[in-house]
Design a protein. Structure first.
Length: 398
């Protein structure tokens, strides 16, 4: 295990890039809770709070491909830093307006604008990896490590917000998100390996990456994977409440993330002889099997075991997806390609959360987990039925 990760970290500048990307991504794990707490604490309903968080997420997903195309065209520094400064300004306005806007009419649009200005640090970092790690095997380990970093963000981000809000106020929590966004994004774009312009020549045609058949073929399975994960995300707290333990809601979600982190470390440490296409299909099928035990879970101990198992295949599936996208992305459009992946995933997560939550009342606590397995099964079926060339995704950049 150590040898494979050493091959990634031994690349000059690689540790700095990973740490800078971690700092730049922290707002992803902080913003949802910070916005939710501020909207609620300023007297607005749970409905307004939920809509604000949803508007933030959907706007971030919708704007990401546009930002990615701008980054590929004009460079990371000239696009991402202004975006971070713009988001910080909107979040300051959000704090000022939230306490004064009793109806919530201005709160939701401001949340959406803040989400639209979220710098796409995660997809930009993954796009960089194709240039930084020239060996495809080293690059795939780097993608696995990137998935682990993403899980760390989801674990520590909410903890930071909870601590800050507990000792200060929700307003300070949102302002901290704004501050971390500016500092983290600047550290990322100024890190040695990210300083390149990353721009296309002016004469090159601006063709959308969606014209690439391989990339289009992957977006539906990616979105469906997100649908399944979104259903589990609302199902785990429901399971904890059904078992009579509200505090266990956070525990089950944390164990789920721990499972993903463990799976990501395992995946990145292995030497794989199978093709990415075959591996991706097998990982999706395995994900269904590992999610299934949650369907019969009724107690907190059963939920802990089921959560850990359900998380094990998340990071490996993502790692494989990133490697495939990295090989398929047209040269000069890598960032846009990865932002489309993020957009598809976020849209799937939001859809899965909404449907999974709606199913709990009429169908019971198992319904979100059944729905998750079905969504993942459809993703696997599409992957299995897609011709091999669409998922082989070899490129000269490898």
């Amino acid at each position: 295990m150590v040898a494979k990760y050493r091959s990634v970290l031994s690349v000059p500048g690689s540790p700095g890039l990973i740490l800078a990307a971690l700092a730049g991504r922290l707002p992803l794990g902080m913003s949802t809770l910070a916005i939710l707490l501020l909207v609620r604490e300023t007297g607005h309903s749970y409905a307004i709070a939920g809509i604000s968080v949803g508007a933030y997420a959907f706007a971030s997903a919708a704007s990401a491909p546009v930002q990615g195309r701008l980054i590929d065209r004009f460079g990371r520094l000239r696009v991402m830093v202004p975006m971070a400064l713009g988001q910080a300004a909107v979040l300051v306005a959000f704090v000022l307006v939230a306490s004064a806007d009793a109806s919530g009419a201005a709160v939701v649009p401001l949340a959406a604008l803040a989400g639209a200005l979220m710098p796409p640090v995660s997809p930009t970092a993954r796009a960089l990896m194709r240039d930084v790690y020239r060996d495809p095997h080293v690059r795939e380990t780097a993608y696995a490590l990137d998935s682990v970093v993403q899980e760390v963000v989801w674990v520590i981000g909410p903890l930071i917000v909870a601590l800050v809000v507990g000792f200060t106020s929700p307003e300070v929590g949102v302002l901290l998100v704004a501050t971390v966004c500016v500092i983290g994004t600047t550290l990322f774009v100024r890190s040695p390996l990210a300083r390149g312009s990353g721009t296309r020549a002016a004469h090159e045609p601006r063709v959308s990456v969606l014209s690439n058949h391989e990339l289009r073929a992957m977006l539906i399975p990616i979105a469906l994977t997100g649908v399944g994960l979104g259903a589990i995300e609302v199902g785990l707290p429901s399971l904890a409440l059904h078992a009579g333990s509200r505090p266990a809601s956070g525990l089950l979600l944390a164990v789920w993330s721990l499972g993903s982190l463990t799976g990501g470390l395992w995946y990145g440490a292995r030497v794989w002889s199978s093709s990415l296409a075959r591996r991706y299909r097998l990982l999706l099928v395995a994900a269904i099997a590992f999610q299934a035990p949650l369907i019969i879970a009724r107690t907190v101990p059963e939920g802990i075991i089921g959560s850990l198992l359900a998380g094990l295949m998340i990071a490996p599936v993502f790692s494989c997806q990133y490697a495939m996208i990295g090989r398929a992305a047209p040269s000069g459009s890598e960032t846009e390609a990865f932002t489309w992946v993020s957009a598809a995933l976020v849209a799937g997560l939001a859809t899965g959360s909404a449907i999974g939550g709606a199913l709990i009342g009429p169908a019971g606590v198992s319904a979100p987990f059944v729905f998750s397995c079905l969504a993942t099964a459809v993703a696997a079926t599409i992957a299995l039925r897609t011709p091999e060339p669409a998922f082989a995704l070899q490129s000269s950049a490898s």
